[in-house]
Design a protein around this ligand. Structure first.
Ligand SMILES: Cc1cc2nc3c(=O)[nH]c(=O)nc-3n(C[C@H](O)[C@H](O)[C@H](O)COP(=O)(O)OP(=O)(O)OC[C@H]3O[C@@H](n4cnc5c(N)ncnc54)[C@H](O)[C@@H]3O)c2cc1C
Length: 397
């Protein structure tokens, strides 16, 4: 006799959605969570307002060694399905930008919605309980929870990634995968700010907090959003996005005036503002401080910074314009898991069925959410992956 039809390890976004879906199918469900609360990352997300999905979710918004893997789950449970659920519970929300939907009031609204669904459908939630071991039995699994041994026909691993180490424990999902012979792809911090070298930090210290719109790009991707200067280096949405595509040692290019050909514009300005200094001209586009900093630190002009526009040759202005349209930076590192929103890599999708999230060779064992090698862009995509993969597993346990 089994204790439960399904035991789900981890009550984050993916585990909660999976529990609700399985319980709606009249499965007996135990959801085990090591922390004192469910959905801690939901609570801290989106600056306390949870960017719970994105209206324009497409498979192209996800990184994975197998870019096709996410398609099935995302089409079985779409952003519109989650928006329906949010509407059913009367949670107020708005589009902030680029299809990103945020709660009007608080991330708590999303957690409450999920808890209400869990209670309605008799999901048993055990908080402050850590799963420490999982064994396959002739039929089903034995799960060690707080020194007890429980059994279930199916187990869903929804233990998340490695970001925010203070929230531990982390890595149990990868450990289980390895125990069952499933490959785990190398992991790294993603959607994370960059740390610049100490010289940059020293020179830019007083600019911390300045932001501007730019296109951040590398050989793989481009993102047009805000860039924020921090006391350690660079952050803001454009930087977080490109960080997921960055490898140590690589450069990033910032187009600091995405809508303009700065070389031509500066030559025009030379006619109109002949007696102004370059920093004054640039302060039409950037804050005064940032414009001055660009001239003294970023442009590394082989000329007197105080020259007026009339004294700058067209070739020189072209070079300045081109540099600012293609400003190359070499981040020293990322801030790492401490501030990363997500983990890149994880359980190799080749071992899982994209239609069910079950392991191909281990009937009854499922992996969902961030633990799996599917990572969304910034903008609500990571929660959508949690909802979609959780729902699909819940339909198949
Ligand atoms: C600061 C921050 C802001 C974010 N903002 C957004 C946003 O606005 N929009 C968006 O789409 N994404 C956002 N994300 C990303 C998003 O939070 C995650 O992608 C998502 O929470 C992953 O859900 P999950 O259920 O897979 O994992 P998690 O939410 O990490 O849940 C895993 C759970 O498993 C538990 N657990 C682990 N091991 C065990 C064990 N052995 N026994 C019992 N329990 C265990 C953990 O305690 C945890 O509660 C943000 C992330 C961070 C860090």
């Amino acid at each position: 006799m089994k204790n439960y039809d399904v035991i789900i390890i981890g009550a984050g976004a993916a585990g909660l959605m999976c529990a609700i879906t399985a319980a709606k199918r009249n499965k007996s469900v135990l959801l085990v969570e090591h922390a004192r609360k469910v959905g801690r990352k939901i609570l801290m997300s989106g600056g306390g307002r949870c960017n719970f999905t994105n209206m324009y979710t497409e498979p192209e918004n996800f990184l994975s060694a197998n870019p096709h893997f996410c398609k099935s789950a995302l089409s079985q449970y779409t952003q519109w399905d989650f928006i329906d659920l949010v509407n059913q519970h009367g949670v107020a929300y708005h589009e902030k930008t680029l299809g990103q939907l945020f709660c009007d009031n608080s991330s708590k609204d999303i957690v409450q919605l999920l808890l209400k669904e869990c209670h309605q459908h008799n999901v048993i939630i055990e908080l402050e309980s850590k799963v420490t071991a999982l064994e396959a039995m002739p039929s089903g699994f034995s799960v060690s929870v707080n020194q007890r041994s429980l059994s279930a026909g199916a187990v869903v691993v929804a233990t998340g990634g490695l970001s925010i180490p203070s929230m531990g424990p982390h890595g149990f999902g990868y450990q289980i995968a390895e125990q069952f012979g499933l490959p785990v792809l190398p992991t790294s911090a993603a959607l994370v700010p960059f740390v610049m070298n100490s010289r940059w930090q020293k020179q830019s210290a007083e600019l911390s907090g300045n932001s501007f719109d730019a296109i951040a790009s590398n050989h793989a991707q481009s993102f047009k959003e805000a860039v924020l200067l921090t006391h350690k280096g660079l952050s803001g949405p454009a930087i977080l996005q490109i960080s997921s595509y960055w490898q140590p040692g690589e450069s990033i290019t910032l187009n600091l005036a995405p809508e303009m050909d700065l070389a031509s514009w500066l030559k025009q300005q030379k006619q109109q503002m002949a007696k102004s200094q370059l920093k004054t001209v640039l302060s039409q586009l950037f804050s005064k401080r940032l414009a001055a900093h660009m001239v003294t630190s970023w442009l590394k002009l082989n000329t007197d910074d105080n020259k007026v526009m009339a004294e700058l040759g067209d070739k020189e202005l072209e070079a300045i314009g081109n540099t600012l349209n293609n400003f190359t930076v070499y981040p020293e590192a990322t801030e790492g898991y401490k501030t990363a929103e997500v983990t890149l890599g994880g359980i190799d999708t080749h071992s899982l069925s994209s239609k069910t999230m079950m392991c191909n060779d281990i009937p009854g064992l499922f992996f969902i959410g961030e633990a799996v090698d599917v990572t969304g862009h910034l903008g609500g995509y990571n929660f959508q992956w949690a909802w979609s993969s959780g729902w699909v597993a819940g339909q198949n346990v």
